[in-house]
Design a protein around this ligand. Structure first.
Ligand code: SAM
Length: 219
């Protein structure tokens, strides 16, 4: 990490802790903990993302992984999406405090926005962490990605079974080819499921959230 990026990330962590006193943003209690558990994990997945295009972070919450990635990749446009308005207000405050001109913060639900022409298959990549199990998450994220783009789901190191369970959903949504990539951040092992979108998502997907949740796509 460059000294400039490191200073920005510390400023972000301090702001997050201050706002966490009045709203529920993170379970982390110190700048060191935020840096180790959240920021370094977020930055580590930059290696799976294309440079120079548009990336959507689905369910960004307090900004992970999208905000650190946007600070590290100024040539790439990031859309930080969340279904909770207060979290989006925090994301806007953090973006402005860090002076990130490559970030747009949007309040909304992924599965609803993906039905709009300006959102559907509009991104070079979708990334997401700690939002839903992969079979469900795939239906929230893959429809937003262009054919030729990539969906990156940040998971625990032992996610092989979850990835296998999502194979049908990924194939159905247009991303039949995927791999589970192990990586490390601050000495902790994680995995990213990296799915290449090669076909358009069929009409009728994503379904309404109640349906996605009740009947995740499976064979
Ligand atoms: N990605 C962040 C992280 O790793 O710390 C936040 C994780 S938090 C547990 C999950 C977030 O996903 C919440 O802020 C929630 O509002 C958002 N979310 C859940 N379903 C969503 C959907 N369908 N569309 C957009 N955001 C969603």
């Amino acid at each position: 990490m460059t000294p400039e990026l490191s200073a920005k990330m510390e400023e972000y962590a301090r702001l997050l802790l201050r706002r966490n006193e009045v709203m529920n943003l993170t379970g982390a209690a110190t700048v060191g903990e935020i840096m180790s558990r959240h920021i370094l994990d977020s930055l580590a997945v930059g290696r799976f993302l294309p440079r120079g295009g548009r990336v959507v972070d689905v369910g960004s919450g307090a900004g992970f992984p999208g905000l650190p990635l946007a600070a590290a990749m100024p040539d790439t446009e990031f859309v930080l999406l969340d279904a909770r308005e207060k979290r989006v207000a925090f994301l806007e405050e953090a973006r402005d405090a860090l002076g990130l001109i490559n970030v747009r913060c949007v309040f909304g639900r992924a599965e609803e926005l993906a039905l709009l022409p300006e959102w559907r298959e509009a991104f070079d990549a979708a990334v997401s962490r700690a939002v839903a199990r992969l079979n469900t998450l795939s239906e929230l994220c893959v429809p937003l990605v262009k054919p030729g783009g990539v969906f990156v789901a940040m998971k625990a190191a032992d996610c092989a079974e979850e990835a296998a369970e999502a194979a049908f959903a990924l194939r159905k949504l247009g991303a039949p080819e995927f791999s589970v990539e192990s990586y490390e951040a601050d000495g902790v092992g994680y995995a990213a499921v990296v799915a290449k979108k090669s076909e358009m998502t069929p009409e009728g997907f994503p379904r309404r959230f109640s349906k996605i949740k009740k009947n995740p796509l499976q064979e």
